[in-house]
Write a protein that binds this ligand. Structure first.
Ligand code: ZN
Length: 255
C-alpha cells in the first residue's frame, strides 16, 4: 500500500480543495476495503448526496472526510450543521472514513473508519462563524473525541498499516450497538464504554465507575439517578458480551 496521495494524481483541478477531494477519493478507491466484509469499496457518482463510497457485497455506505494536519486531533470540520444532524439521525446515515495527511509531503498519517451507529447529535458541534455572504449558514465540526476508541477502526495509525484481520474483527466486535433502540439509549451506552476505556483496566469495579457520576450528570442532566443508570448500562454490556460480571460489583472486559 502506498500512503502517498500523489500516487493517484492527474491534472487540471479548479481549486486546491477540489484537487484534495479527487486525490483522497482516488486513494480510497484504490486501497480501502469495506471494514464490515473485506470487499473493495466502490465510488458513487459525483455529488450524490447519500455518501461517497459503497460496498456491493453488504450495501454499507461510507462518507469520506479528510483533514490537512499531521495530527488527527479532536475534531474534523464538516459542512452545514443542520443537514449533518438530519443525516446522522436518519435511517440511512452513512459510516465515515476519516483521514489526515501531512500537508508538506501529502502522506496519509491516519486513516480510520467509524460505524454510522456511533454518531449521536452531541458529537456535532456548530461553528459560530458562518461563511462569507451567507452568515446564517452554520457549519459544523465532528467531535471525534467522544467516540469510544473501540469504535475507531484504524487502517493506518501514525503511518503504520494495520492488518485486515484486525480491522474486520474490530469493526464487527462493536456492532451490537447497532441494535440500540433510541439515540438517547445509544448515547448512554457510548458514554459508559468511554468511561470504561478511561479506566484503562481489564478488571474494574462499580466504585471505579461511580467516579464518573459528575461527568455523566453533565452529559445527561435529565437523569436524576446516575448510579442506577450506570448499573443498568453495565448489565446491558454484559448481555451483549462486552464484559463479564465476576462477582458483586466486579467486572471483567472481554477480549
Ligand atoms: Zn461490505
Amino acid at each position: 500500500m502506498t500512503l502517498n496521495l500523489f500516487s493517484t494524481m492527474s491534472d487540471n483541478y479548479r481549486s486546491n480543495s477540489q484537487k484534495i477531494r479527487v486525490l483522497t477519493e482516488n486513494w480510497v478507491n484504490e486501497h480501502i476495503y469495506c471494514p464490515s466484509c473485506g470487499c473493495a469499496v466502490n465510488e458513487y457518482e459525483n455529488n450524490r448526496p447519500v455518501a461517497d463510497f459503497y460496498c456491493k457485497n453488504c450495501n454499507e455506505d461510507y462518507e469520506l472526510k479528510s483533514k490537512n494536519s499531521k495530527m488527527l486531533g479532536k475534531t474534523i470540520s464538516d459542512g452545514a450543521y443542520n443537514s449533518m444532524i438530519d443525516r446522522i439521525t436518519s435511517e440511512t446515515n452513512p459510516n465515515f472514513f476519516f483521514l489526515n495527511y501531512d500537508k508538506s509531503s501529502y502522506d496519509i498519517v491516519n486513516f480510520l473508519a467509524v460505524p454510522s451507529y456511533l454518531f449521536v447529535p452531541n458529537m456535532i458541534i456548530p461553528r459560530k462563524k458562518g461563511i462569507p455572504n451567507r452568515p446564517n449558514y452554520i457549519m459544523c465540526n465532528i467531535d471525534i473525541s467522544n467516540i469510544p476508541s473501540s469504535g475507531k477502526v484504524f487502517y493506518i495509525k501514525d503511518k503504520q498499516v494495520q492488518s485486515k484481520t484486525k480491522i474486520l474483527d474490530e469493526w464487527n466486535k462493536i456492532s451490537f450497538l447497532k441494535e440500540s433502540s433510541s439515540i438517547q439509549s445509544k448515547g448512554w451506552l457510548l458514554d459508559i464504554i468511554k468511561c470504561i476505556e478511561k479506566l484503562e483496566k481489564v478488571n474494574f469495579s462499580l466504585n471505579d465507575m461511580y467516579q464518573f457520576e459528575k461527568y455523566l450528570k453533565i452529559r445527561h442532566p435529565e437523569n436524576n439517578n446516575i448510579q442506577a443508570k450506570i448499573r443498568q448500562q453495565l448489565q446491558i454490556l454484559r448481555d451483549k458480551n462486552y464484559l463479564k460480571f465476576e462477582s458483586r460489583g466486579k467486572y471483567i472486559l472481554r477480549k
